[in-house]
Ligand binder design. Structure first.
Ligand code: NDP
Length: 453
């Protein structure tokens, strides 16, 4: 670790105690940025990185609501408005019991670089609540979303801050949130993305993150003159990102053999087809059941319950070519990364945000596999959110094909930025440096132009 990173990290830890995920995200980026800061002393002098680390604004609020029994419940709501130098704050809302300030700050920090890479004019933000939608009725989810938006609405707007979905926030939740915003503000604007297609949404938005992560993997493979055809793929999660990652892999001729949820994972030696995927979509999006039921329905699959005391995740210990972590942060530790390498995996495209620990990332970089970090590989979701904003501003909708083509072009462009930047800074093939530096430079230059604000 360089002296600069050491002293920066000491300060970050002292100022932001008990936020290990935020420390991890800053550390990873700072290691890459040493290469730029050496070449650009003006960024150091203007304290650009020190300013990017400090959110422009943090909003924390009480969310009181009543459950179906009439009991009062209290949750905590957050919105981190991290950086608006290249556009309005943009980033998802996460509803999960693990949500806290540090997790949202790590996500908002990552979002700044990711959004910059998309080529679209979007700043970075993130928000959410420790509310757990699991096991709640639709009416409870609606009352929670209405209470959450009753406060959030005063801080957001189509030119200020445009939230979207993330873990626990899908089409149902965006609907309830948008309905409440519209009622309170009496305006129909593109204040949220991931909206339903009949009320301002964009085609391909639900598919975008998963499709994008697969397009990114295909681009990485193309550098070795290879395709996804016939490749065995491990996918984790079974939510929005995992489902559409699986769909695109199948369409491109790959074979998906795993999916998971927080309770366990299934391994299907035969691989999934579109019919099995449809079963998963219905199970997760409509019936809101557990992945275990997949193995009850399909005899070719084996279900393994996850043991939280295990030091590694057995999902990552199967023979494969590619891995698409699509569940949550830190789901691949050093041992998991080693297992992936031992099993022949040489392509990792991260659908989830920061799914690999720093030790795991270093192992992938040492072995020089095709490793696409989340802020590049999963940027397809926010890219199509940006396209949804553009369509809302024009009061016009593009066709499915048009949006998909634009998504594909954006993922190619992000890939090219990563490759070219990594090369320019003397670390060819290192997509981590490519993404961190590529995302940083645009934001840093904008901050230099905008003065000390
Ligand atoms: P969903 O809520 O649709 O699905 C999340 C999936 O991950 C579920 O299968 C869930 O299982 C599992 N999961 C969540 N938390 C944990 C945990 N702590 N341990 C194990 N499994 C867990 O979320 P998304 O698919 O939207 O998001 C998945 C990842 O992709 C996140 O990291 C998110 O930040 C990232 N991402 C999402 C984007 C989007 O457009 N939606 C854009 C860019 C990144 P269970 O149901 O049991 O909780």
């Amino acid at each position: 670790m360089s002296d600069y990173v050491k002293s920066l990290m000491a300060e970050v830890k002292a100022k932001n105690p008990s936020e290990p995920e935020f420390h991890q995200a800053v550390h990873e980026v700072a290691e890459s940025l040493v290469l730029v800061l050496e070449k650009h002393p003006e960024y150091r002098a203007a304290k650009i990185l020190e300013r990017i680390i400090e959110p422009e604004r943090v909003i924390m609020f009480r969310v009181p609501w009543t459950n179906d029994q009439g009991d009062v419940q209290v949750n905590r709501g957050f919105r981190i408005e991290m950086n608006s130098s290249i556009g309005p704050y943009k980033g998802g809302l996460r509803f999960h019991p693990s949500v806290n300030l540090g997790i949202l700050k790590f996500l908002a920090f990552e979002q700044v670089f990711k959004n910059s890479l998309t080529t679209l004019p979007m700043g970075g933000g993130k928000g959410g609540s420790d509310f757990d939608p699991k096991g709640k009725s639709d009416a409870e989810v609606m009352r929670f979303c209405q209470a959450f938006m009753t406060e959030l609405q005063r801080h957001i707007g189509p030119n200020t801050d445009v939230p979207a979905g993330d873990i626990g926030v899908g089409g149902r939740e965006i609907g309830f949130l948008f309905g409440q915003y519209k009622k309170i503000r009496n305006e129909f604007t593109g204040v949220l993305t991931g909206k339903g297609i009949n009320w301002g949404g964009s085609l391909i938005r639900p598919e975008a993150t998963g499709y994008g992560a697969v397009y990114f993997a295909a681009e990485m493979l193309a550098t070795k003159n290879q395709t996804l055809e016939g490749k065995r793929c491990l996918v984790s999660g079974s939510g929005n990102v995992a489902q559409y990652t699986t769909e695109k892999i199948i369409q491109l001729g790959g074979k998906v053999v795993t999916l998971s949820d927080s309770a366990g994972y299934i391994y299907d030696e035969e691989g999934m087809d579109l019919e099995k995927l449809q079963f998963v979509m219905n199970l997760k999006n409509v019936r809101r059941g557990r992945i275990k039921e997949y193995a009850e329905k399909y005899p070719s699959a084996v279900y393994t319950k996850l043991d939280p005391s295990d030091k590694n995740n057995p999902l990552w210990n199967h023979k494969a070519d590619c891995a698409f972590p699509s569940a949550t942060q830190n789901e691949i530790n050093e041992k998991d990364a080693q297992n992936l390498l031992n099993n022949g995996v040489y392509v990792v495209s991260e659908g989830a945000n920061m799914p690999t620990t720093i030790d795991g990332v270093n192992l992938f970089l040492d072995k020089k596999i095709l490793y696409g970090p989340g802020k590049a590989a999963n940027a397809g979701g926010v890219s199509v959110s940006g396209l949804e904003m553009a369509q809302n501003s024009m009061r016009y909708s593009w066709t499915r094909e048009e949006v998909d083509n634009r998504l594909h072009m954006i993922m190619k462009s992000i890939h090219k930025t990563c490759v070219d930047t990594a090369e320019k800074y003397g670390t060819p093939g290192n997509y981590v440096n490519g993404a961190n530096i590529g995302g940083f430079v645009k934001v840093a230059d904008a901050m230099m132009d905008l003065g000390v604000v």
